[in-house]
Design a protein. Structure first.
Length: 238
């Protein structure tokens, strides 16, 4: 009978050793399911940051495939919006990231005025990256991390019109005003940096980087689906 002295996922040590048919008391994986993964994939594909604890069931696999197609199509729509006109401000994506943006101002308030104002834009991009890192490092869920990378890219695309607008403010902001008659994060930030004349270049760069991040997230998620295409389990994992 095979016995387990060390968890292959969380590296917990067992004394006395545990049976292969048991689970890890720390992270909960079933050791024999982990071994199925190791046997199903070639050695070069076994990496602790990209391989989950067990093969996905068919419901999870095809559900994720549908989700990936959805975000890919949504990403195309977001990337095609005119950042010079702030078109994304009327989108559903903007409604998702706006509360996160406002929370960022509050979270960064203890660190001074500059970071409190930067914190809105920073937090709406950093939050999905942080969630993605948790998916990757704690859950070994590369697909979840890929979707979070897409989300971070979409959030950066959402910031781009705000940056662009700081040179000649036209956008209607949350308080119902424009940057000419009320507070505007990026007029303040770029003004402090002495870069307000480059606002259009900064805004375009943010849009293009965000688009590349969305593409990278979709490609990463597609790679995950391709890797597991031949080893999914029937039925539910429960």
């Amino acid at each position: 009978m095979t016995v387990i002295y060390r968890c292959p996922k969380c590296d917990a040590r067992f004394d006395p050793p545990r049976a292969e048919e048991s689970d890890c008391p720390r992270c909960g994986i079933w050791f024999h399911k982990w071994n199925v993964v190791a046997e199903a994939l070639p050695p070069e594909e076994i990496h602790p940051l990209v391989v989950p604890a067990e093969a996905p069931d068919s419901l999870s696999y095809y559900g994720r495939a549908i989700a990936l197609v959805f975000v890919a199509l949504w990403g195309i729509r977001l990337a095609a919006m005119d950042y010079g006109e702030g078109e994304i401000g009327g989108s559903f994506m903007h409604n998702i990231v706006l509360p996160i943006h406002e929370a960022g101002h509050v979270f960064f308030m203890p660190f001074g005025e500059f970071l409190a104002i930067l914190g809105g834009s920073l937090f709406q991009v950093a939050l999905p990256l942080g969630i993605g890192a948790a998916f990757l490092w704690r859950q070994r869920d590369a697909f979840g991390a890929a979707i979070c990378l897409w989300w971070a890219g979409a959030s950066l695309v959402d910031v781009a019109p705000y940056i662009w607008d700081s040179l000649n403010p036209q956008l209607i902001l949350l308080g119902g005003h424009t940057g000419e008659d009320g507070p505007h994060d990026w007029i303040y930030l770029l003004g402090r940096l002495g870069a307000i004349k480059n606002a259009h270049a900064w805004g375009a760069t943010a849009h293009h980087i965000g688009t590349l991040m969305m593409i990278a997230g979709v490609l990463w998620g597609g790679r995950w689906l391709w890797r597991w295409r031949g080893v999914i389990k029937p039925g539910s994992s429960n």
